[in-house]
Design a protein around this ligand. Sequence first.
Ligand code: PMP
Length: 394
Amino acid sequence: MSDELDIIGADLTVDLPGGRTVRFAHLDYAASAPAVRVAADAVTKLLPLYGSVHRGTGRRSQKSTLEYERARDIVAEFLGCRPGDEVIFTRNTTDSLNLLARSLPAGTTTIVFDGEHHANLLPWPSPVRLSAPSSVASAVDALTSALASSRGPALLAITGASNVTGEIWPVRRLADIAHAHGARVVVDAAQLAPHVPVSFDDLGADYIAFSGHKLYAPFGAGVLAGRQDWLDEAQPYLYGGGASAAVGDFAGDVTWSTGPARHEGGTPNLIGAVALGAVCDALLRADRAALLEHEQSLLAGLDGVSLFGGEVPRVGIVSFALPDPSGVAERLGRDYGIGVRAGQFCAHPLVRRLTSAATTEGCDTATGLLRASFGLGSTAEDVTRLVEALDDLS
Ligand code: PMP
């Protein structure tokens, strides 16, 4: 990969008990990925010049507005937006999905599998909740019958890749079924976008949500992109400046903005958006097939829990059923200099299901699973260290 996608801080070290110092092996990309050079450079370049976006005629404001809108254009290209789509900058995926949930036309039926991260499970008003499927065929069947009994506007809210198993969901197949029934589809691409190219056409999505901090950019900027009509007809997400085009003398006499401004009330996170745009731009030019291949080779030595029983490919995320995952995670950090995550990963129904199906003694829902996740800059040595440490601790 090119220098611009080098991880900054990759040489971080940790002192282990006994006096040894090792390079920190960050295997928790699914929680937050470390930042890449191009994001840091974009921030450093803009900080001395920045001013308020869309709110001034001075040099700083003009530059900031230009850079903010350029970032939006890059994200649109990154996602392959079509005419009639718009890109709204949000705080993160959770924010994006809540925004869409508040923008649904009255009476919309939302359909969701309960293998979702809570961010894509909880925002929907009274969703039809389908059990996390155990095969692609059972997902197809469950969705088809849910759609057959829904009336009026409908939305399928589905993850691109699981934050627990790393499995890439058969989104395109399910989206085609949803569209055949006149429903729309939102894809939670928080875990997909960092690993594979994500586009509206390939996914068959009407909306895509993702987070900057999982895509090698800083915290605080995310994206909701997709069809403008519902978003323009909805009440603004935040009432205030920017969301309002004209305000009269009486309470309620407001003409709301249309387009992204309607839902970007207040002064936007220029630095976050620009850093995110810079990463998207670099990824557009990168050899992403090579990155995925590298991740697949890292995964080859690791066997974790699975929902689809190996039927679908994975991104660089794997979870293990083992006794005392929290204790193991703590010792990996303290004694081996390896950062992973233990618990239920904000996906309680899915982890409940996976832990109750697990045959490992001492593995239960309350303790959850142990997760390792990779991305740009992850090495075979990181994985070897993890495997050896897990062996040691077992
Ligand atoms: N969806 C998935 C699949 C995730 O993994 C996460 C974060 N763990 C989210 C949504 C929420 O992302 P954020 O915390 O950035 O809003």
